[in-house]
Design a protein around this ligand. Structure first.
Ligand code: NAI
Length: 251
């Protein structure tokens, strides 16, 4: 197991799904964890479950006026931030012609801009300490995608680009930045996706997996905990696939 003893790790979208699993894994690995979510009740419930090592804050990652006070409050509860997981995100099911500019902006605000706003808020601590790790939860859609999810792939590709770009900016000052690109992970978000598809799509998705099964939030969380830890001390600017081998397959 990765060791995060003494680290202070903030996780966005921590109320449920992959974010909740990451928060639990980081706490299990010894970190103090700050849970941020627009779902305040969910974040509070998970913080209570974790216990004294956790604090929570209601936060909309798309709004700088929400990010700043949330990060300040968690910093005062937990101490200077040494790790950040930009996990909050959502699917998009837009049509390239019918989509409005507001709808476009909303996708990019959640799936891309929020990661920068959060990184901007925690980097002063990390740069002052000359150590820190940021992990962005991108998606297999950053590399290949499917019809009906416009423009999710563009936003998640942007998040992998942000990962590389930020890694170059802050690496010389001791901060590592990586992304993780999950495949099909059993969460409420995936249930939402399958509910919008014909019934055979779930079977087809399973058939594409070399391992013959979908992933769990915990299987993403263990890779994230590794990337946050000193065990990954020579890993930066990289995108890690956690997709059961879907991306290795041509057809
Ligand atoms: P989820 O929908 O179960 O959980 C997302 C969490 O983010 C929720 O608690 C939600 O309240 C929070 N959130 C949404 N917008 C927010 C905002 N503006 N500010 C703060 N919190 C916000 O999603 P899931 O499945 O756990 O996904 C987590 C991340 O993993 C997302 O970035 C998603 O795009 C990515 N991902 C998920 C995959 C899957 O199969 N589940 C596959 C590939 C990527």
């Amino acid at each position: 197991m990765s060791d995060l003893t003494g680290e202070v790790v903030l996780v966005t979208g921590a109320a449920r799904g992959i974010g909740a699993a990451i928060a639990l894994a980081a706490a299990d690995a010894g970190a103090r964890v700050g849970l941020l979510d627009i779902d305040a009740d969910g974040a509070r419930a998970l913080a209570e479950r974790i216990g004294p090592a956790a604090a929570w804050a209601a936060c909309d990652i798309t709004d700088q006026n929400s990010v700043a006070p949330a990060v300040t409050a968690l910093r005062s509860d937990l101490g200077p931030v040494t790790g950040l997981v930009n996990n909050a995100g959502k699917n998009a099911y837009g049509d390239p012609v019918a989509m409005t500019v507001d709808e476009w902006d909303e996708v990019f605000a959640v799936d891309l801009k929020g990661a920068w706003l959060m990184s901007r808020a925690v980097l002063p601590d990390m740069l002052a300490a000359e150590r820190g790790a940021i992990v962005n939860i991108a998606s297999m859609h950053a590399t290949f995608t499917c019809p009906g999810m416009f423009p999710y792939a563009a936003a998640k590709s942007g998040l992998v680009g942000l990962t590389r770009s930020l890694a170059l900016e802050v690496g010389p000052r001791g901060v590592r930045v990586n992304s993780v690109s999950p495949g099909y992970i059993e969460t409420d978000l995936l249930a939402e996706y399958f509910s919008l598809q014909p019934p055979e799509v779930r079977r087809e998705a399973l058939d594409k997996h070399i391992l013959g099964r979908l992933g769990t939030p915990e299987q993403v969380a263990s890779v994230v905990a590794f990337l946050l830890s000193e065990s990954a001390g020579f890993v930066t600017g990289a995108d890690w696939a956690v997709d059961g081998g879907v991306s290795a397959r041509f057809a």
